[in-house]
Design a protein around this ligand. Structure first.
Ligand SMILES: [Zn+2]
Ligand SMILES: [Zn+2]
Length: 279
């Protein structure tokens, strides 16, 4: 494996994971990684999605407990792997102020901004798609993404852009993004203008066997054409066994999209590393 940093992993500090942080770190060490960034969920004010397991605070992070455990682990693994302290921060328009205070509350190495909710509804659930086409659902997510990143800018990479493809009721694995090119360009140009990057999320590759990561090559190629350079790789593992999953394929997809480097974040700053050229 040539990509030696997984920068999107979850632990029991996330509302949807029970994994021990140490197990995640141990797995990364076994894989020979040089860097691992924990990015547990913080989504304030989660809407009622009709799921009894989810309350408004299910995805609220106890940053003190999370930071203490991280510091212990970082000391324990010193010299073996560089561990980083990050967060996957859920954006909603009404949360810009609250998220800004949250981002400043701890010395994060990396902030991934993710849009898990559009207009108080979560595309994870089939009800999101009722009475409309998947294209219409995609457009709503992209519009919500543009609105959210216009209102809130304190983050480093945009999480899993186009990930609603994973949840399409039809089971289709790809979508032609040409109809959304104006909207996508607005999103990508804003990121580039601010020096922000894209989280290359391998979950659809390893979890579902899909041919594309999030975002797809079509989007990645456009980000590159417009001058974007910053990409991070993340498995989005919620269990230790999935750390680094599908990174070889992800590297190939990134190289095919025109990238020669990837970023490893420390103290909110990207350190660029070379991608191995893939034939
Ligand atoms: Zn996410
Ligand atoms: Zn995640």
């Amino acid at each position: 494996m040539a990509i030696l940093a997984d920068q999107h992993v979850h632990s029991h500090h996330s509302g949807d994971s029970t994994e021990r942080m140490e197990a995640v770190a141990e797995r990364a060490v076994r894989l020979g990684m040089t860097d691992l960034c924990f990015t547990d969920h913080n989504d304030f004010d989660y809407p009622d999605v009709g799921d009894p397991r989810v309350t408004p605070t299910t995805f609220c992070l106890d940053t003190d407990a999370y930071y203490r455990e991280y510091l212990d682990l970082r000391a324990h693994y010193a010299g073996r792997i560089s561990l980083q302290y990050g967060v996957e921060l859920g954006l909603q328009p009404q949360l810009a102020g609250e998220n800004r205070a949250f981002a400043a509350s701890k010395p994060f190495d990396l902030i991934i901004a993710s849009i898990h909710v559009a207009n108080r509804r979560d595309p994870y659930y089939p009800s999101f798609y009722e009475g409309r086409t998947e294209e219409e659902a995609m457009r709503e997510m992209l519009e919500a993404t543009l609105e959210n990143i216009s209102l809130y800018d304190d983050f480093d990479v945009l999480g899993h852009l186009d990930y609603i493809i994973r949840y399409f009721p039809s089971g289709r694995q790809t979508m032609d993004m040409t109809p959304f090119s104006g909207l996508l360009d607005d999103i990508l140009r804003l990121l580039i203008l601010r020096g922000q990057g894209l989280d290359l999320n391998t979950a659809p590759l390893w979890k579902k066997g899909y041919p594309e990561m999030n975002p797809s090559r079509q989007i990645l190629t456009r980000y590159r054409e417009l001058g974007g350079r910053i990409v991070t790789f993340g498995s989005d593992a919620h269990q230790a066994e999935h750390v680094g999953d599908a990174f070889d394929l992800a590297e190939k997809l990134a190289v095919e999209s025109g990238f020669t480097e990837y970023a490893v974040f420390r103290n909110r700053k990207p350190d660029m590393r070379k991608l191995t050229s893939v034939s």
